[in-house]
Design a protein around this ligand. Structure first.
Ligand code: ADP
Length: 307
């Protein structure tokens, strides 16, 4: 069941300043099945898009189609088949995981105790929380809490799962465990992962978009986007104070401190000069190249065929 987003816009009015923020500006995307990464920095508009997809917020304009369902006008239909893990997932610290999941299952309509027990057990096992099911959620680590959030989001076997910035704040081991769990889910539903962490997308997603300031800058398959930069990314280790001059003469797409010096990545279709070494591009290069407006991968927004 693909998800089609057409010309979505959303502007917030700031009551205090009286100004406005355009969080989404004419966003159109096609999201096929499997894992989809929505990548962008803080403030890009990711959560706004996720909340609109999760039917928690109204756009000012635009249309969303999930298979045959008109997402904006048939919210109840979407909710039947939607799982949503928000950025801030609050839990009741004194509740035990098993009890709270059971409670959410009741709310989701599992009224028969026997089948509910089965569903709760299956989800606790799937999210690797079975052994700690009797523990209180207040004692859970960040990663355990996120996995519990996934268990809740998966109640009712959703065809569309939306996870908003799930790996922020997880330690590396928890992050890997969490991403592995998501990748299993992507096998039989649409999973949209919003993140500002490039590796989340490169390790996991078969399709992706890059968003900044409410606009889609790139819609691509990660591997394909990376291969388009082949032969064009060069690196050089420079002194910190040489950076300003280099940015005047070269297309510097990213910089990183390395043992007190600065490692720059430059985009160029020919040798950028002495001391530069060609590197294999990765998704981080795609991301930074796109963010600075260098990417020559064309993005042409699709037109809505319906009025
Ligand atoms: P992201 O999830 O990518 O960090 P958001 O969708 O949260 O981006 O925010 C996009 C922009 O909209 C930001 O400039 C943010 O400050 C603004 N914004 C988000 N929610 C609100 C709100 N409820 N009221 C006013 N401005 C908001």
């Amino acid at each position: 069941m693909p998800l089609e987003i057409y010309n979505l816009s959303k502007t917030y009015r700031n009551d205090r300043s009286g100004g406005t923020v355009q969080a989404l500006a004419d966003v159109s995307l096609t999201i096929p099945g499997g894992m989809y990464g929505l990548l962008g920095p803080n403030g890009a508009g990711k959560s706004t898009l996720m909340r609109i997809l999760a039917t928690l917020q109204e756009p000012d304009a635009g249309r969303i189609q999930l298979g045959n369902i008109d997402v904006i006008n048939q919210k109840d239909e979407v909710r039947k088949t939607l799982g949503y893990l928000p950025q801030e997932f609050g839990v009741y610290p004194k509740a035990r995981a098993e009890d709270l999941l059971d409670y959410f299952a009741v709310l989701k309509g599992f009224s028969q105790r026997k089948s509910r027990n089965e569903v709760v057990e299956a989800l606790l096992r799937k999210t690797n929380l079975w052994d700690v099911r009797k523990q209180k959620l207040g004692g859970y680590s960040g990663g355990m809490r996120q996995r519990f959030g996934v268990a809740v989001a998966l109640l009712g076997n959703p065809k569309l799962l939306i996870v908003d910035e799930p790996t922020a704040g997880l330690d590396p081991a928890e992050r890997v465990r969490f991403l592995n769990l998501l990748s299993e889910l992507g096998e039989n539903s649409v999973v949209i992962l919003s993140t500002h962490i490039v590796e989340d997308v490169s390790e996991l997603c078969t399709n992706m978009a890059i968003i900044n300031k409410g606009r889609i800058l790139l819609e691509a398959q990660p591997l394909q986007a990376v291969s388009m930069l082949k032969g064009k990314i060069w690196r050089k280790l420079i002194e910190k104070n040489a950076l300003q001059e280099l940015t005047r003469t070269h297309q510097v797409i990213s910089t990183r401190l390395l043992s007190g010096r600065t490692l720059v990545h430059v985009q160029s279709s020919h040798t950028p000069g002495s001391g530069f070494e060609q590197v294999e591009p990765d998704l981080e290069d795609v991301y930074f190249s796109t963010m600075v407006g260098n990417n020559n991968i064309e993005y042409t927004p699709k037109q809505d065929s319906k009025p």
